[in-house]
Design a protein around this ligand. Structure first.
Ligand SMILES: [Zn+2]
Length: 297
């Protein structure tokens, strides 16, 4: 019996070896909820991961109508990445439509979140990525999930994560340096919706907006009137459009207060490849440059 057991052991080892070799040659098929996250996943995954974003470039991640193709992609994916904290309210419906049974990876786990009052309710602000410091937490969570799914390539994921974390630390320092140079009284900006809470907290800028945390809720006439009062009182001079949602309300408020257009910000969606914000790093730097230029005028 003994020699036979040994032989079987060899066969099992050979099969395991083969299996591991095949896994390493294989590319992980990943789905990410929106473009900002898809880019960060692909920075950490490198050549070993193919990433599809469900919400397209310039799309609104709060309000999204998934297509049958999205359901197919979700079902076929080895890994699914969500930011979490209430951003992807549409995801549960998509899971049901797809029949997928895999649990998504929630990359914002471990981030020190902030809460806000929205229609009398206290809710968590989902826009964590607008602070580069928070994206470092995303990277650690993504690396862990990729290494668990594809242990053969764990060393590569670790190296990619370390390199990209260095980039993020530099971006964070860049934002601090540029914004520290703007006098505090001038660091006030009007935007369409409340997507810069984490940016404001990290870098010391006040953002005011007619829409709450999510683009799904509508601002009441009373909310808008109150905001106009506040903007006049605090002498907010600049307003920004957002690439991923309707500019009419912010234009209306700006008109009533005399605030000047500062340009467009990329708040929760990357641009297309030929636009100014095709990656998270470019998006973040672009926003910092636009904001500091407007506040310094
Ligand atoms: Zn948002």
């Amino acid at each position: 019996m003994k020699p036979q057991g040994l032989f079987l052991g060899y066969v099992a080892a050979a099969l395991l070896g083969l299996g591991a070799g095949a896994a390493s040659a294989k590319t992980i098929e990943a789905v990410a909820s929106f473009t900002v996250l898809a880019d960060v996943v692909s920075q950490v995954g490198g050549d070993h991961v193919h990433v599809i974003s469900l919400v397209p470039p310039n799309g609104d991640p709060h309000e999204f109508e998934p297509s049958p193709d999205d359901a197919k992609n979700l079902k076929a994916a080895d890994l699914t990445f969500l930011s979490g904290e209430g951003l992807e309210g549409w995801f549960e419906r998509l899971v049901k439509a797809s029949g997928s049974e895999k649990k998504p990876v929630i990359v914002s786990t471990g981030i020190k979140t902030r809460t806000m009052e929205d229609d009398g309710k206290t809710i968590t602000d989902p826009h964590v990525w607008n602070s580069a410091a928070n994206v470092i937490v995303w990277v650690a969570n993504i690396e862990k999930a990729l290494a668990a799914a594809d242990p053969e390539d764990a060393a590569d994921f670790k190296a990619n994560a370390a390199r990209y974390t260095t980039d993020l630390r530099e971006l964070n320092a860049y934002a601090h340096t540029k914004i520290d140079a703007v006098p505090r009284a001038r660091r006030k900006i009007l935007t369409s919706h409340d997507a810069f809470g984490y940016f404001g907290r990290e870098y010391g800028v006040t953002f005011l907006s007619p829409l709450g945390i999510s683009t799904e809720t509508e601002a009441s006439a009373a909310d808008v009137a109150k905001l106009i009062e506040q903007i006049k009182k605090e002498q907010v001079k600049v307003y920004f459009f957002e690439n991923s949602n309707d500019p009419r309300l912010v234009e209306q408020v700006a008109k009533a207060t005399g605030a000047q257009a500062g340009g467009e910000l990329y708040v929760e969606a990357l641009s297309k490849a030929d636009g100014p914000a095709p990656t998270y790093a470019k998006m973040f730097r672009y926003n910092v440059d636009q904001l500091t230029a407007a506040m310094s005028k």
